[in-house]
Design a protein around this ligand. Structure first.
Ligand code: NAD
Length: 565
């Protein structure tokens, strides 16, 4: 990928303020979001162009980064730039209301859609792993995932423990870009978290940014502190520098069984994401270079032990679920173990009812760089949705406990549900922000985007579409329709990726951005896109026969031809 570009060193994050380098705010938003992904405070390893999620990159090489920057600076208000796996490959005159940037990352044709073929092409510099929000320039740091993690654990607490994790111990692994949200999401739910992480620097980073409370090297001591805090009903989180599989086995040896067990190590990628047991990080990194096949074997061996330990904890009474890293899929595929799926994934267990209502992780960033702009949008949420207690509680917690990384931003789950004027929750909120920009209450435009993990934007049989009611887990027409529809609705950036979350060949998913610059054009785009985008969630789940989605379609007047209960 070459040496980091001089202009990246100069930027060290997104440019801020009200002066722009590009022809318009939509191009400027793309430029700022790309650089925000690569802000050393935001991305996990920006010098290597890695944003999060194993090797999820924002650009294919440093030359490609420089070229994207020049293209964006030069891009007209009626032009569309094409990005293919992190490299600019074409530019066409389209029209003012068309997207300014279209992105396709990591996509391969069915029979070739494997890590092996992907890695061959990657080594030749012909493709890039875009993860989800890395290659689509929508990553906002660990905050991006925190509300999803908080909501998932809150739903688990509602189902298992009267709505609260007080006095409960959650054990997990992986404190990376996304996984780092886990300790804070647990303590926000009043619980206690023990997290294994092989890379001490990652634990330190989560402590510095307030996501984790402390690091304890000795597992016995960590368990004692966790148990004492749980007994007193206190919130507590601790990172333990150890391999997760080793930690779970050691817990079994000590007869310690947590209340909840999950995992967010990057097990979707056995070579570049997951660390095998028996090696330090440095030794494993060296092995990956010198003997990648051996690395793969020992990595998969550790994953099998990891799954076995989770299953044993489940047997002994823990509530176990997979948190979207394909740990079960890897063990099933490589070790021929169907029982790897004896514990559920988080979507069917806790998130699907939200998807049926078009709810998903809506997020927005203040292009001004001014935190007050986000605080003003927090106020707008309170003004618009005074009856939504859980949402308001989230906004209070986020204001209190989440430090901004890079461009100030916020995430919150909003859905379809229309008001008397037929405006969806997402559209109402986006229109309000656009008005605040127009009236000068917010310093500069706000860019609205989301995770690819959304109601109608992803096909991922081991995660978002696991165990669909009608067996359509692997049907990938839905995300493609989602991307096409959001282009038709005029979103400013639209992207389609393969392999996010669960690895190459295991998922297809899309994203979009709308830049709210206070204009009537932005208002019209927001109204359309924030109807079509969550609407796809309702349509997809209604088609699969979910009653909640059919109810939402009826209540909110979504046209679903041939709908059947
Ligand atoms: P990341 O690569 O930034 O972090 C993974 C961390 O796991 C690293 O810090 C690494 O050192 C650590 N690790 C790897 N193997 C380990 C082991 N055996 N024991 C202990 N620590 C180990 O990735 P991320 O962005 O945090 O994502 C983590 C996983 O979760 C990925 O598979 C990703 O696809 C998935 N994910 C899930 C969701 C979701 O909503 N559930 C969202 C995003 C990502």
């Amino acid at each position: 990928i070459g040496e980091p570009s001089d202009q990246w060193y100069d930027y060290q994050g997104a440019p801020t303020g009200t002066d722009i380098e590009c022809e318009g705010w939509r191009q400027e938003a793309a430029l700022r979001m790309l650089n925000n992904n690569l802000d050393p405070e935001v991305g996990e390893d920006p010098e290597d162009l890695v944003v999060y999620g194993g090797t999820g990159r924002a650009a294919r090489s440093w030359d490609a980064y420089d070229a994207i920057m020049s293209e964006l600076r030069d891009l007209g208000d009626d032009e569309t730039l094409l990005i293919q796996s992190g490299k600019p490959v074409g530019r066409f005159t389209t029209r003012e209301r068309a997207p300014r940037v279209l992105i396709a990352n990591s996509n391969l044709v069915g029979n070739w859609d494997t890590w092996e073929h992907f890695h061959e092409l990657e080594a030749e510099g012909k493709i890039m792993y875009g993860q989800m929000t890395a290659g689509s320039w929508a990553y906002i740091g660990t905050q991006g995932i925190i509300q999803g993690t908080y909501e998932t654990l809150a739903e688990l607490a509602r189902q298992e423990y009267d709505g609260d994790l007080e006095g409960r111990i959650v054990v997990t692994g992986g404190l990376g870009g996304m996984g780092g949200a886990q300790p804070l999401a647990v303590t926000m739910n009043h619980g206690v978290c023990i997290a294994a992480e092989v890379d001490e620097a990652r634990i330190d980073r989560r402590i510095e940014t307030g996501y984790c409370q402390e690091k304890v090297a000795d597992l016995g001591e960590a368990i004692e502190r966790a148990e004492a805090a749980a007994e007193r009903g206190e919130r507590y989180s601790v990172g333990v520098p150890v391999n997760t599989a080793d930690m779970l086995e050691a817990m079994l040896d000590r007869d310690f069984v947590p209340d909840v067990i999950t995992d967010q190590t990057s097990s979707h990628d056995e070579l570049e994401g997951y660390y095998p047991s028996g090696y330090t990080v440095a030794e494993a990194d060296a092995l990956r270079e010198s003997a990648p096949e051996t690395y793969r074997e020992v990595s998969i061996d550790t994953m099998e032990r990891h799954v076995d330990a989770i299953l044993e904890h489940q047997q002994r009474g823990a509530t176990a679920f997979e948190y979207g890293n394909n740990l079960r899929g890897q063990v099933k595929e490589h070790c021929d173990r169907d029982d790897a799926f004896d514990f559920p994934g988080f979507v069917p267990a806790y998130v699907r009812p939200l998807f049926c209502r078009g709810k998903g992780p809506f997020r927005w960033a203040a292009l001004s760089g001014n935190p007050d702009d986000i605080h003003r949008t927090d106020e707008a949420i309170r003004e618009l949705f005074p009856e939504k207690d859980a949402l308001l509680r989230w906004i209070d917690l986020a204001q209190e406990q989440i430090q901004f990384q890079g461009l100030p931003s916020r995430v919150c789950w909003l859905g379809y549900e229309t008001d008397d004027d037929g405006l969806t929750e997402r559209a109402r909120f986006a229109l309000r922000i656009n008005r605040l920009v127009a009236e000068g209450e917010i310093d500069a435009p706000v860019v609205v985007t989301r995770d690819h993990l959304d109601a109608g934007s992803v096909a991922s049989p081991n995660r978002e579409t696991e165990a669909m009611k009608d067996g359509t887990d692997a049907v990938a027409d839905w995300p493609i329709l989602n991307a096409l529809l959001n282009c038709a609705a005029g979103a400013d950036i639209v992207s389609v990726h393969d392999g996010g979350g669960v690895g190459i060949g295991n998922s297809l998913h899309t994203n979009n951005h709308v830049v709210l610059d206070g204009t009537d054009r932005a208002a019209e785009t927001a109204k359309r896109v924030y109807t079509t985008d969550p609407g796809m969630g309702v349509v997809r789940h209604a088609d699969a026969g979910y009653d909640d989605a059919i109810d939402e379609a009826e209540q909110s007047d979504v046209a679903v031809p041939m709908r059947d209960r």
